[in-house]
Design a protein around this ligand. Sequence first.
Ligand SMILES: Nc1ncnc2c1ncn2[C@@H]1O[C@H](COP(=O)(O)OP(=O)(O)OP(=O)(O)O)[C@@H](O)[C@H]1O
Ligand SMILES: [Mg+2]
Length: 380
Amino acid sequence: MEVPDASGKAPLISPSSPLSGTADTLWLEKYRPQRLDDLVSHREIIATLRRMLANGTLPHLLFYGPPGTGKTSTILACAREMYGEHVPSMVLELNASDERGIDVVREQIKTFASTRCIFAAGPSVKLIVLDEADAMTPVAQAALRRVMEKYTANARFCIVCNYANKIIPAIQSRCMRFRFAPLCTEDMVPRLRQIADAERVQVTDDGMQALTQLSGGDMRRCIHVMQSTSLAAPDHRVTAAAVYTNTGHPSPQDLHAIVEALWRRELGDAYRCVAELKSDKSLALTDIVTGVHDTLMRTDLPVSAKAFLYEELANLEWRLASATSETIQMGALVGAFRLAASLVPDAPEENGGGAGRSRQRQRLAWMLQRGMSSGTRISS
Ligand SMILES: Nc1ncnc2c1ncn2[C@@H]1O[C@H](COP(=O)(O)OP(=O)(O)OP(=O)(O)O)[C@@H](O)[C@H]1O
Ligand SMILES: [Mg+2]
């Protein structure tokens, strides 16, 4: 792993030859932000934290938000800025891999929080980072609230989690809350380019678009997929096709073909078409369901059909998460589209329909085509 330079920053420009060291070095760790300046998003949060660090008025903190948005990196960067070389003695970091039941709260956390550590320069208040705190039991959390209050003079807590609602209200009310939203494409792309340049990996524009689209604002996923794709692709180029092949995720073209078949074809035909595509490209039904959902958002289908399909897709996703049979759920997917078509006034019906129905069918197909090829962004 790369050693941070004197400024404390992990060097972005690596002297390595193309792809050298990539097999045994995780870019995620190599390029983990070391300082607040290295974080590429959440500017308001960073500015607020900076002000509090400068004034020495850091309260207890609660960081929450989806994975890979920089929560852990941010608090660790804060710790480095606050304590510099004294981090090991001033910061207690516990994550889900550590035991954090009530005994640890009573002993380890309480012991650390109850003692003061004074050194020549810098703050004397310690920092306790409870990462992935949504995995702590309510009993352990309940024990924590008293410790938080009693030792405020000695220590500040930073509770880090994905779901704030899994933290008991008493702890929430003792903390200043910061929500880490998924990163936007504009913030992610320059950072990804920096990493790709430092690793001398070629990422095409469509490859970059595929990376950011697939990640859904999860920077960890982006970096990870970029590294694995560069290693897996025969020419080490990160193209959209290589990204989709590497992740096994359906490409926009695959999804286009699937939605077309689901909406336009008869039940048996649509089922066969989706099944073939799924087996040819080794696609997972969960990814198809997610992709179909995103594709539907960009179509101009009638509201009633869309509303019905959104609900059905949500149910499908839930059922698939409970490890049900993919074959049966694929039937449900095809069936949902047939039913959605029947919700539309004068919609096409299986085996026939009048001229009006056929016109309506053509119109919907045209609308679907136009919506999907317009390239409009998902407005989630
Ligand atoms: N805002 C950011 N700026 C730069 N890099 C980031 C940012 N957010 C995440 N990353 C990258 O993603 C990786 C994971 O970030 P981090 O561990 O901080 O995420 P997290 O929000 O704590 O996720 P989780 O909820 O899964 O613990 C980091 O190593 C870093 O490379
Ligand atoms: Mg984390």
